[in-house]
Design a protein around this ligand. Structure first.
Ligand code: GTP
Ligand code: MG
Length: 385
């Protein structure tokens, strides 16, 4: 495959040259700025831009003969950018245009961020913070990639709700309907009891679907752990008191449409007194029965809630869900269904909207395999591999 170089006074003109000669499917290998006089042709402009590109293999007429060809092409394509994509990015880069003029290599990194599903304003911010547009700096593309990845890592915080050794841990999974709360509880219960050898109990407080309790009871039966249904305050208190000795109690809650504020409030009435709450801690301090050390009322608790969000939900809905479920003072995000999309940037977009640690990420329907404890590098891999 033949690589050709194109030079012009502006990045747009260089792109147009590639497009005219190699067509919109051409693949861009590199972009760089050249200073006038140093091997650059004598354009009127003081600097010029060079793009190395090659025709798309599918347009050359050469048949892709074997699997290796396809594999090579796939990996190449995921690294490179087509001329169509570059034109698209340039046309939408707005205030970044000047930045791309200073450092054309940044376009490749920007393309990678956008392809991962990170929204444009956040992608721009990450590039800026990574130093892509410093006056004096035309960073080699590899360095810039690394610096921008570091910026992405700075946005990610992680936590493990079950790691600390402060007595019983009670976790409630909350979130919109169908995001995978019950399945995630089953995965967590299996991993905690079978791998980490902790004693685990389950409580279902789904009072909207009869089948919901059965779904959880089936998992509990397989694992040989107790499971209680609690549809009101008294039943919840009973369930919690029966499992006082357990290391971990996992609470499954009914999925609520995130616009259904009334039902979210209903759930808060049920578990609110047990909830660990950062926000209302000060307000509660003087209330009778409040244990300031634990951060909740009563003998049991605190219950920490974790918001389950699907990676296939769009950015706006995810933000609204986080806002409305914020009434339940969640302590972390759990992102599910990351296997159902390749643009997982919704995770980063949500962190920009509301910074909160991520505890777990799920990657498929298999119980208990398809889950991993959130780590910065694990999430970075998920986003860019
Ligand atoms: N592809 C994929 N599917 C998942 C994942 N997690 C859960 N699911 C599937 O999503 C569907 C809904 O899962 P549930 O666990 O019942 O979801 P829920 O949030 O408890 O649903 P409600 O209780 O009705 O609100 C099931 O078909 C699960 O197998 C995941 O990580 N990837
Ligand atoms: Mg459920």
């Amino acid at each position: 495959m033949k690589v050709k170089k194109y030079q012009a006074g502006t990045i747009h003109d260089a792109v147009n040259l590639v497009k005219q000669e190699l067509g919109p499917e051409a693949l861009i290998l590199s972009t760089r700025k050249m200073r006038a006089g140093k091997g650059a042709p004598s354009y009127k402009a003081q600097e010029s831009f060079e793009i190395a590109a090659m025709p798309s293999p599918s347009s050359t007429g050469r048949a892709l003969t074997d699997e290796r060809d396809h594999g090579f092409l796939d990996s190449l394509k995921s690294e490179l950018m087509s001329i169509k994509e570059m034109i698209f990015l340039l046309s939408r880069s707005g205030r970044l245009e000047e930045g791309f003029r200073l450092n054309p290599g940044a376009i490749e990194v920007y393309g990678r961020l956008i392809r991962s599903g990170i929204a444009e304003p956040y992608a721009q911010l990450l590039l800026e913070n990574g130093g892509a547009f410093k006056e004096n700096g035309e960073l080699p593309s590899k360095d810039l990639h690394e610096r921008v990845f570091k910026e992405v890592m700075k946005v990610i915080e992680v936590t493990d709700p079950f790691s600390h050794d402060q007595g019983q841990v009670i976790s409630a999974l909350i979130g919109p309907t169908g995001v995978g709360k019950t399945t995630t509880i089953a995965k967590l219960a299996a991993n905690l009891s079978l791998k980490q050898k902790k004693s685990v109990g389950l409580i279902s407080i789904d009072n909207y679907r009869i089948a919901a309790v059965d779904q959880l009871k089936i998992y509990a039966g397989i694992l040989g752990i107790p499971c209680f249904a609690a549809l009101n305050g008294a039943e919840l208190e009973f369930a919690l008191s029966r499992m006082k000795e357990k290391d971990v109690i996992l609470m499954d809650t009914a999925g609520h449409g995130h616009y259904d504020v009334e039902r979210i409030e209903g759930l808060r009435e049920l578990i609110g007194n047990y909830l660990f709450s950062r926000r209302s801690r000060r307000l509660r301090q003087s209330s009778p029965g409040y244990d300031g050390r634990k951060g909740c009322f009563g003998e049991v608790g605190p219950v920490r809630s974790h918001l389950v969000l699907s990676a296939v939900t769009n950015e706006l809905e995810t933000e609204r869900a986080a806002k409305n479920f914020g009434r339940l003072d969640f302590s972390s995000y759990i992102f599910t269904k990351t296997d159902e999309t390749q643009a997982r940037g919704v995770i980063i977009n949500q962190l920009f909207k509301l910074r909160m640690p991520i505890s777990f990420v799920t990657t498929g329907q298999r119980v208990p395999e398809d889950i991993f404890k959130a780590t910065k590098t694990g999430i970075l891999r998920l986003l860019f591999n």
